[in-house]
Design a protein around this ligand. Structure first.
Ligand code: GCU
Length: 699
């Protein structure tokens, strides 16, 4: 029996309400499946059966109708039950259901339509998938509705994912470690080998598929020695096994590759993308991969970034590099996802003219239009690196002729490392709802990455995973909400953070209204709380170097990473204006450029990202910068302690194992928040000499 911690949001806890349970049992007791059997349908049925078993304590009767069978007319066949059907590939679904007058249009291949049709004689639910995959998503949706105790009469939805590529990036290494992983070791690898037991991989696939994820890269973007060989005959059979687990849940497998593979393992003597032998090598590598994995997705590439090899070594640019790989994958339908996290990581801190925030834009915008159709550029949400607060990367919208993927970080590298609770969906929503003005007003990031603004061949969203082999997958049980929320949000960016939090809470902890209210409230507060006791006003980076956990205000101040706050006795912040600073603001479209450039218009929460100001500068809130720092840090630490108290009030209302797990993490957070508070406040008091107006203790 899998534990509650392990089951995450697929708890399928028994429905206790007798009336509701009976209603569900009536329609889910018989399942009629029309269509040929397939792996995806098998998964859908398996999930449905185990869901029914666990939620309703029934073993549904399954009736299989082959494609050759006549379709069930509305008034014959089963009187009550669930009818599953896959929309004929090239067809319109006009004959959907005679009893249904809403005449739905054609579903996309990943879409589904779920409908309750009940009258006094019969009660039926029809679930139609745009394809087998759509049907699988529909089954997960149906189970979600049952878990949330949604009444049958409210079951009437047509869903289509807004983004085509919905991807997870594992940063797992073959040795079993996970770069920036905070939830144990890899579920894929151990001691340089693939794990033999794929149970956990399968359950991960279920979790991902249940929220609509359709792509995964299974190894770290920093590709080390063993992983460089994943694309060879030696490892491909094992990669293929993993691919087959994910395939059953509609998830396509990708690999991160080493750009220097031809040099290191190919015996070619170079990795120059314009060298004919190198190109031939990659073509052969692609042929080999596809002979093992016919539906292989493609390559994820970190090149010329943080010492990873790339085309620069040969005087070539990113388009040369990406296109070479794209050419090798193209005959097989594969794609190249090329990351834009490119900057000078050997900067001299004395050099005030170089600005890391500008780097991605400067590198990539001149290449717009040069990438092949099967290349996508993967852009981190902000110009720096997943800080608790950053502006949106100005690359979004600036390349009208290039496919783009947005990259989020679900793993909480800079947001408390899954020891602190930090529900990131509101942060991601801010990014998706940001109006770039690239094509006039309304040019939201979500419209760029969904491909609706510049009609890209392919686009979407990717994120770095937060799971490992900890029993609860994510270290902090509340961090499961980030993985869940990521999937749900990129399926439909118009869902609200609150809706997603509530869905997750109901499925994870049950339908006790007091629990839902408390947990959702805690989640919604958690990002602002974390922000308040860590680095202020968008300045970022006041963390312990390398581990990135805990405060160290000057940890990166004199380093080569291009991450500075420039605090002195008079003031703090980075002048990125065009008038007097690095000129970063000019990378935005108007009116954003002017808004960030102008001190009076720049939003408070990003003030120190764009401007260097005296501590006495007054924020829009009316407070001075220094008083804001003191206030937010005192309040933030108090708020962290209050989270613990709120959670304590739920003892006895949630599963004891879940309760204890979260309580332990919240206790640690409350302590650590005090440490953050005192380090930050003391640092700025000593720098500025300005006392706290409220006379609180600063050391
Ligand atoms: C961050 C992170 C690294 C990672 C890098 C990347 O800098 O700290 O561990 O490799 O991002 O996204 O490539």
């Amino acid at each position: 029996m899998k534990s509650t911690l392990y089951r995450a949001w697929l708890q399928y806890s028994p429905v206790q309400d007798a009336e509701l349970r009976e209603a569900y049992r009536r329609v889910l007791g018989t399942i009629v499946l029309e269509g040929r059997q397939s792996e995806l349908l098998d998964s859908a049925i398996e999930e449905l059966r185990s869901g029914c078993r666990s939620l309703l304590d029934i073993e549904p009767e399954l009736l299989l109708l082959g494609n050759e069978m006549p379709q069930l007319a509305s008034n014959e066949g089963i009187s009550s039950g669930l009818q599953l059907r896959v929309q004929p590939a090239a067809d319109n679904v006009q004959d959907l259901e005679e009893g249904d007058n809403s005449a739905p249009g054609k579903l996309g291949p990943e879409g589904f339509r779920l409908q309750y049709l009940g009258d006094s004689l019969q009660e039926r639910v029809i679930l139609i998938g745009g394809s087998e995959k759509g049907l699988l998503y529909g089954v997960f949706h149906l189970l979600r509705l049952v878990a949330a105790h949604e009444p049958l009469t409210a079951w009437n939805v047509t869903e289509e994912p807004v983004n085509r590529l919905r991807m997870i990036n594992q940063w797992d290494n073959a040795d079993g470690s996970i770069e920036r992983g905070y939830a144990g070791r890899s579920i894929f690898y151990r001691n340089g080998r693939f794990t033999n037991d794929l149970t956990r991989v399968k359950d991960y696939a279920r979790l991902l598929s249940s929220v609509g994820i359709n792509a995964i890269s299974i190894n770290n973007v920093n590709v080390h020695e063993i992983e460089t060989r994943f694309i060879t005959r030696e490892y491909l059979p094992q990669v293929a096994q993993i691919a087959s687990v994910f395939r059953k849940y509609g998830i396509t497998l990708y690999l991160s590759i080493n750009f220097a593979a031809p040099l290191h393992i190919g015996g070619v003597g170079t990795s120059d993308p314009l060298n004919e032998d190198v190109r031939r090598w990659w073509r052969a590598a692609a042929d080999e991969i596809y002979s093992h994995i016919p539906d292989f997705g493609g390559f994820l590439v970190k090149a010329d970034s943080e010492h990873r090899p790339g085309p620069f070594a040969y005087g070539r640019d990113h388009a040369d590099g990406a296109n070479m790989l794209a050419e090798a994958l193209e005959p097989h339908g594969g794609i190249v996802i090329w990351r834009c996290f490119v900057y000078n990581c050997m900067q001299d801190w004395r050099d005030r003219s170089t600005d890391r925030a500008k780097a991605a834009y400067d590198h990539f915008t001149p290449l717009d239009g040069r990438f092949m159709d099967n290349v996508l550029l993967q852009i981190k949400n902000g110009p720096m690196d997943f800080q608790v607060r950053e502006p949106v990367s100005p690359l979004f919208g600036s390349m009208k002729h290039t496919n783009q993927v947005l990259e989020f970080q679900v793993t909480q590298e800079y947001t408390g490392q899954q020891r602190h609770v930090c529900y990131l969906v509101p942060q991601w929503k801010d990014v998706l709802d940001f109006d770039t003005h690239a094509g006039g007003q309304g040019s939201y990031v979500k419209r760029i990455v969904s491909g609706s603004l510049h009609s890209m061949k392919l686009s979407g969203i990717a994120a770095v995973s937060n799971i490992g082999d900890d029993e609860n997958w994510t270290g902090h049980t509340l961090a499961q909400a980030n993985l869940y929320g990521y999937g749900r949000l990129i399926w439909n960016p118009d869902l609200t953070s609150e809706e997603i939090a509530e869905e997750w809470t109901r499925q994870t902890f049950g339908n006790d209204e007091a629990v839902i209210k408390t947990v959702c409230g805690m989640l919604m507060k958690s990002w602002p709380i974390y922000e308040s006791y860590t680095s202020p006003l968008g300045v970022g980076w006041m963390v312990t170097p390398h581990t990135h956990y805990g405060p160290d205000v000057d940890g990166y101040e004199y380093s080569r990473w291009g991450t500075y706050h420039f605090a002195d006795r008079d003031g703090i912040g980075v002048d990125r204006t065009a008038a007097t600073g690095t000129g970063y603001t000019a990378q935005y479209f108007e009116p954003n450029a002017r808004r960030y450039e102008t001190l009076e218009d720049c939003p408070d929460e990003l003030l120190l990202f764009f401007h260097h100001v005296p501590y006495s500068h007054r924020l829009k809130s009316g407070k001075t910068v220094i008083q804001h720092i003191y206030d937010t840090h005192f309040e933030g630490a108090d708020a962290a302690a209050a989270l613990l108290a709120e959670w304590a009030s739920l003892e006895g209302r949630v599963d004891p194992a879940q309760h204890a797990q979260v309580a332990a993490r919240l206790a640690e957070q409350a302590e650590h928040a005090k440490h953050w508070r005192d380090v930050i406040n003391t640092y700025f008091f000593r720098k500025s000499g300005v006392p706290d107006e409220k006379g609180r203790t600063i050391f």
